[in-house]
Design a protein around this ligand. Structure first.
Ligand code: AMP
Ligand code: MG
Length: 328
């Protein structure tokens, strides 16, 4: 009898320990580090194992990378770049919708966010410290205009109105991938999760009675955090000039391009946007980076669903009105 009771206690203890716990996983995708954390309680309706959930997220991120990478010659995006200058190309619903969202943000931002920046963007190589000369920039600028990307919803096609247009989804695709993964975990019954890809983070629920703390990197000290934010059920995206860059004659050339000049945007050094939709916060962080402090903050202050933290060139931190109210 005693043996049986002891066995039952051990069994209960054992199942409690193994049936509910935190899991985490990190992997490389989309040219960056992705990270996943989640609480798995198999005593609830969740029948998935931690390995299955990790595989689900990895597969989804890799699937999106395969379709939207400008570096993969077989991606759907590369196909569009090769063909849409001469004919209307039928594309997947998924790519169509992401292009449509990109176009909406381009309009809303008056062209600060513009996926056709790629015409000049691909001429920069930050690893090789290469940048286009002014003549090449001027030529490429003629092909930078989001209005040259023509979407036709009925047939789900995209066409470029000029043959020299190129597009790139680097400013929005990671946020989209994070959103997809958070939704997949939610559908699988997970209630507490964090998914990040580079500077884009999506949160599902809280950290079990506590908020998640998401750090914004110090823009000039790699291992330091500028600020930690308590967040639940939201997304945050940070765009920084320290992610991919080189310095030549004291000038920093980095991956966020002002579509009007073809040069790197240099009004601020870091922009974080907080909101519910991780696709939008990703695109908006790139947008506000291009716009700079005054224009960028005014832009966010008129969007009630989004908040911003901007670090300027003097490394002073600025918060949007909604955040200032929260922290007062
Ligand atoms: P993020 O780190 O989210 O700000 O995204 C930066 C990436 O967005 C770059 O690596 C480019 O792929 C892309 N990008 C750069 N400038 C722009 C722009 N003005 N509009 C849209 N995408 C951009
Ligand atoms: Mg972005």
């Amino acid at each position: 009898m005693l043996n049986r009771i002891l066995f039952s206690i051990c069994f209960l203890l054992f199942t409690n320990i193994t049936s509910a716990q935190w899991f985490s996983n990190s992997f490389q995708v989309m040219g960056t580090q992705a990270h996943l954390e989640f609480w798995l309680d198999t005593s609830e309706q969740n029948s998935n194992t931690s390995e299955q959930l990790i595989a689900l997220v990895q597969l989804e991120m890799n699937r999106i990378d395969k379709a939207m990478s400008p570096y993969k010659t077989t991606s759907e995006l590369s196909l569009v770049n090769n063909k849409a200058g001469s004919e209307a190309v039928v594309i997947s619903n998924e790519l169509f919708e992401l292009l449509d969202e990109s176009q909406k943000i381009a309009e809303l931002s008056e062209g600060a966010f513009d996926i056709t920046y790629a015409s000049v963007g691909y001429q920069y190589d930050y690893r090789e410290k290469q940048k286009p000369d002014q003549i090449s920039i001027n030529k490429a600028l003629q092909a930078i205009d989001y209005r040259a990307v023509v979407l036709e919803p009925k047939r789900s096609t995209v066409r470029f109105s000029r043959p020299d247009v190129k597009i790139d989804l680097g400013g929005i695709a990671k946020g989209y991938a994070v959103k997809q993964c958070i939704n997949l975990l939610k559908t699988a019954g997970v209630k507490h999760a964090l998914v990040s890809a580079g500077g884009d983070t999506g949160l599902l629920g809280d950290r079990r009675g506590r908020p998640w703390y998401v750090g914004i990197k110090h823009p000039r000290a790699e291992e330091k955090t500028a600020v930690q934010l308590p967040l639940n059920d939201e997304a945050i995206s940070t765009s920084g000039d320290y992610e991919r860059y080189f310095i030549e004659e004291g000038v920093r050339y980095h991956h966020i391009i002002n579509p009007k000049t073809g040069d790197s945007a240099r009004k601020v050094v870091s922009v974080s946007i907080i909101g519910k939709d991780s696709t939008y916060v990703d695109a908006l962080s790139t947008t506000v980076f291009v716009k700079g402090l005054q224009e960028g903050m005014a832009f966010i202050d008129q969007l009630p669903e989004y908040e911003a933290i901007i670090i300027d060139n003097q490394q002073t931190l600025h918060m949007s009105k909604g955040l200032q109210q929260q922290f007062q």
